[in-house]
Write a protein that binds this ligand. Structure first.
Ligand code: RB5
Length: 147
């Protein structure tokens, strides 16, 4: 099971990020905070890059990114080789993207879902695993697209 989580946000997601860090650390996960801190306007691609690089370098197993919609973060994250980022706003998609897509980054929108839902989706994401089997062939194909 994944134990190391890298997390970051832009100015829209700061409060959610802090709540997620507390929650996941209380659950025993090793959580690394890559910013941003405070509500001053920042650019989400920079923070997506910190989390993706942590995964690429083997310093984190999974990542969580929060912006206003989750969309900008997911676009930035999916530019990174080996990163499979999914924007989720419901429990089913969150579980399925781990089980079927082997997603390694969860993106959420702080202006889309409540903080309680964000915590719930983070729990589902870190607790779910890849099913493998026929899905492994498809994930291999995804990996070939970014090589
Ligand atoms: C920032 O205002 C907003 O554009 C950003 O948080 C995000 O929603 C972009 O996708």
């Amino acid at each position: 099971m994944c134990r190391r989580i890298a997390i970051a946000c832009d100015h829209a997601g700061n409060e959610y990020k802090d709540a997620l860090i507390c929650h996941l650390r209380e659950r025993g996960f090793e959580v690394t905070d890559y910013g941003c801190d405070g509500s001053c306007s920042v650019n989400y691609p920079e923070y997506a890059h910190y989390v993706c690089k942590a995964i690429q370098d083997g310093n984190a197993d999974l990542g969580i990114l929060i912006c206003g919609t989750g969309i900008g973060m997911s676009m930035a994250a999916n530019k990174h080789k080996g990163i499979r980022a999914a924007v989720c706003d419901n429990e089913f998609s969150t579980e399925m993207t781990r089980r079927h897509n082997d997603a390694n980054v969860l993106c959420m929108g702080a202006r889309v879902i409540s903080r309680e839902i964000a915590l719930k989706l983070a729990d589902i994401f870190v607790d779910s695993g890849f099913d493998g089997g026929r899905h492994a062939i498809r994930v291999d194909m995804l990996n070939e697209l970014d090589s």
